[in-house]
Each structure stands twice: as structure tokens, then as C-alpha cells.
Design a protein around this ligand. Sequence first.
Ligand code: KE4
Length: 437
Amino acid sequence: MPSKPRPRSAQIFRRSEKILVGGVDSPVRAFRAVGGSPLVIERAEGARLYDADGNEYLDYVCSWGAMILGHAHPSVTKAIQDQAAYGTSYGMTSPLESELAEQIASAVPSIEMMRFVSSGTEATMSAIRLARGFTKRDLIVKFEGCYHGHSDSFLSQAGSGLATLGISASPGVPEAFAKLTINVPYNDLAAVERVFGSHTGEIAAVIVEPVAANMGVVPPEPGFLEGLRDVTRREGALLIFDEVISGFRTALGGAQSVYKIQPDLTTLGKIIGGGLPVAAYGGRREIMEMVAPLGPVYQAGTLSGNPLAMRAGLATLPHLRAPGFYNELDRKAARLAEGVSGAIRDVGVPARVSAVGSLVTLFFCDVPVRNYDDAKKSDTKRFAAFFTAMLDRGIFVAPSQYEALFVSAAHTDADIERTILACRESLRTLLAAAPAD
Ligand code: KE4
């Protein structure tokens, strides 16, 4: 099936390349790992995107997880339209901020106090600064293949776009600073214990995606998160759950409610803004009270908690609280995972599905994926051929092996069945189209 012609999209993208770095405002959108001309989207509704040439795509990127209700949900659209007439940003506290914060805290009880920011990067960067200020320690432990945004502490051996582009360490981060971040393999508690053993009293925090989704979806193994909680508590370090993806995705209370672990700090983003720029960090009151203006740890933001974004979040969360919302979401995702696994088995491609709730990854890897080293064994050429074959069938999955498919409430059972069929057909074609790595 030939790739759909997208002449107007290509023209717009060429224009973008003249003024926007790589034609994009975030690297993963450039299709560098999958080839071809990136999509240029002009409209989205429900589970569908529409490009500048009028082509329709069934969307499993969902703005990288933010659009859990689907695009242009009527409640969210109306809330934004109504609020726009009252002003979009006051630069002062509005009642909407505490309303949304209270709803978040009631869903995530470990958050006793919080602060809104405008991106996941801001949330994690602030949480790390706070952990260092609170513990008076400098070292941070993160996990290879996890991605916590693009602040300097997190750009070594990170997932998402860095894994996609094969960037293991970013220029521009001073060596002296990079040394303050220690990377260990995901799911490897012994490695964490060893790091604490050699840096006693020096580690401010361990930050982890409780369900890894930036090396592809990699679930925590039994005991892993509990072990992190025990070792950080014993050693006086903070445990930070980066739930920018898993928060309000894996459950209303996030992964911490599923795995029953109480972190010291949590970072959130994506879903809580309903598609507008909202993120947050929060946790134990005694820690959060270290943040200015109550304490000396400084963090600020011009558009933090702006009323327009707050209204989008406030219009989103009630739908997530509806009885059966997550059962229905996870049922559809489980059917997708089961169908894709069946297609892999029938077609005989060395690949496997990894799924947690409504997060799904198809790894072109014939070994179980429990960490970043395993994920990097994937055949990225075959993934690229699969991506293109699916796009040719009108189905848009993330343009990287190291991301997740996101199922939204807008995906119907028919969409899921269509996707499984397209996957089966795509797997058949890629066996000839993309030679093994
Ligand atoms: P942002 O700064 O992109 O809003 O959030 C950073 C971030 C923090 N923590 C986790 C667990 C994340 O997944 C992210 C961002 N996710 C990527 C997709 N995996 C954003 C997509 C992009 O970079 O364009």
C-alpha cells in the first residue's frame, strides 16, 4: 500500500524547517527514527487526527498521553471557550487553581501540598531542586531509559526522544553537573543498593517512572517499587514518582495507587491539563513548605496555574472519576494487546507486546524487555517499517520504538479491531520490507 501523498503537508513542513529547528517544536515529531515526511496536523477530534491534506488518522499518540478523553472533547472545548471570555491569565491566584489542586490531591493522597507549573520538565526539575534543598544532598539517582523531561539533571541515558535519536548525553550539560546524576538499570534493586552503599549520605533522591513508558512500556517487577521505598526511607533520601505519564492514566490515583506505594514527591502533567500546558509537583507538606514563598527553595512561573489551563483540567477530571472509566479504558487496551500478540504469533515476527493499563508497546525484540538494555535490542528498522505500514493504513502510532501507544476513551471497539487487523497486515508486509538490524 503506497504511502499516502501529502503534498500540502510537505509544503508546510518545508516552510516550518526554515524557521523552526528541524521543522518541529519537539524532536520526536520529526520522524527521524522512522523516515518519511512528518505529519502536519490541522484538526483533531475524538480518536482522530486530520492532516493538512485532509487525511484521517486513528491516533494512538494522543498528544503523548495527554488526550485521555480524546481530542476536542465537548466538555473541555466548552470550558476553554467559556473561560477565554473571562481572561486567560491573571498573573495572580484564581479560585480555579485550588479547585483543581484539591481534586488532584483527593485522587492522590500522598500530595498534601502542591504547585502547578507548565510542563513536566518544570515539574521534575523543581522536584529535584526541592529534594536537594530539603535533604542538603546533591546526588540524584535515575534509571536508564527513563525520561523526566529535558532539564540538565536528566539528559544522561534517558529515554523518549534521546533514545529515539541515540543521544546518550546532551552537549551543554557541564560534566561537573552531569556527575551529580547516577544512572542504574530499571528493575535492578541490587544496583540501587550498591549506589547507596558507595554514596552514603550523599543521595538526595531517587526519581523513577513507576511504570516506565519512555523506553517503551516496561512494568516494574514485583518488589521493585517497594524496594525503592525501603532503601530511600532507610537512607534518608526522597522517593520521587514521576507520574507525568502514569498519573491519572494507570488509575485515578496513578501508579502509586495501583502498586500501593507512597512516594515523598510526585510529578504530574499531560492529562491534568486536558491538553493545555499544565503540570504539577507535590507531596509531603513538610517538604513542599520548603518552596518559596514559604521556604528558600525558589521556583516560579509566569503562566503557572493560569485559569484557561485550569478550566481544561477541571473539565477533564470529572470524566475520569465516572464509575467504570478505567475498566472500560483498560478493557479496550487489553483487547488491543491481545489482538496484536495474536498477530505477532500468527505472522511469526520476532516481537512482543508490553502493556500496563492503557499503555501499550510493540517491541520488535525477541527477548523479554525488563530494562533499557533489553529495549535497545529491538530491531528499530523493523519498527520503522511497521510504523510506515500502519500509517499507510491510516493508523498513527508513536514514531519511535521507545514510546507507548495510548488508548483513549474515544477509541471504540471497532477502532481497536481495525487496528489489530492493520497490525496483522503490517507485520506481514514488513517481513519483506525491512531487513533485520
Ligand atoms: P514535558 O516537559 O514534555 O511536558 O514533560 C516531560 C516528561 C516528564 N516525565 C515523563 C515521564 C515524560 O514522559 C515526559 C514527556 N514525555 C514525552 C513523551 N514520552 C513528551 C513528548 C515530547 O518530548 O515531545
